[in-house]
Ligand binder design. Sequence first.
Ligand SMILES: Cc1ncc(COP(=O)(O)O)c(C=O)c1O
Length: 420
Amino acid sequence: MGAIDLYNGLSLCMVKSSNGFRFSSSLKTKTCDFSRNQRKLNCMASISATVEEGRQQLTGDSFIRHHLRELSPYQSILPFEVLSTRLGRKPEEIVKLDANENPYGPPPEVFEALGAMKFPYIYPDPESRRLRAALAEDSGLESEYILVGCGADELIDLIMRCVLDPGDSIVDCPPTFTMYEFDAAVNCARVIKVPRKTDFSLDVEKIAEAVEHQKPKIIFLTSPNNPDGSVISDDVLLKILDLPILVVLDEAYIEFSGLDSKMRWVKQHDNLIVLRTFSKRAGLAGLRVGYGAFPLSIIEYLWRAKQPYNVSVAAELSACAALQNPTYLEKVKVALVEERERLYALLKQVPFLNPYPSHSNFILCEVTAGRDAKNLKEDLAKMGVMIRHYSNKELKGYVRVSVGKPDQTDALMDCLTRLS
Ligand SMILES: Cc1ncc(COP(=O)(O)O)c(C=O)c1O
């Protein structure tokens, strides 16, 4: 409860009630000496007017930071159970190809580790020491360069919170992962958009111009890029690293590209951060574990600013257990890459789709022949097949299909044939 002193001894209190905040006034008679009734009445009238005005002005959203009042919510996909109820189908009957999840899930070691979890009632290690040591072995980069987060998503936000002052700007290269733009809005940053070229490659000249003229602080690059699956060459990355800007390279899907991660590059480049995740490579999207490689001159500040218990006991256990079975991770990756090539060849035969070659676990398709992308997504959803459709201007008329298991590809193709 807060109190505002209106004038000498007369206070207006803000009281939390079940349906929000309201004002209540109180007269402290000890200090407010009204000798005549008329004066008292005038005063009461003015209090009630102020209270009324306050009631009108002070709604809950008036507490919210100004820039957030205009924020559109992030467009996330529907939870599995909600989707299942809405479609009237059991979760197992839904062919879920809309969020680039790994349909094989994690290796058996993860389920065993979760079942044997001993200390769920104790706070987790704020430094995720076991996991960082395992990641050091996995990546070949010492653990002092590595920080773990509640998904790569948390790290994107954490980087912005540590680097951006209100009014600073980031460079975003759409079409790409929309979380960068969303988190920039949450962090009161401006977004300078340097759209990708028609083949989805980066426009390096325009990026350099934007950096020179507008002095943005961070650029977010995604390789392979979500949603088209193209990769960034070393040449292009080096050119951008030469610019006076912090480069955040998001490698959420790097395993499917056949390319080496750039995690170790952070030792040579003081303006490079590399982000990765267990969501795709290890089928742990639901447990939320991401990680990043940072130059030592930067990581120190992320340690200071991060939530101490950002990675749960279950998340750390699961990620460590997943890394214990590299053979499984490799097998699943190979299966998804092979299935991607089969899916691409099949999608090419669909008369109203133009698929793009992808280095990731999804395929972007232009919807052609006068078909409407949104209708296509909705028609497939009615048949129990979920794909991603876009409403933003760069991707109007496109859909994205995640790579699933072979029987999921078959189910999708069967539905597309029925819609032909
Ligand atoms: C490019 C990219 N980066 C990061 C993420 C989020 O990763 P995480 O699940 O670890 O938060 C995604 C999720 O789809 C993504 O597409």
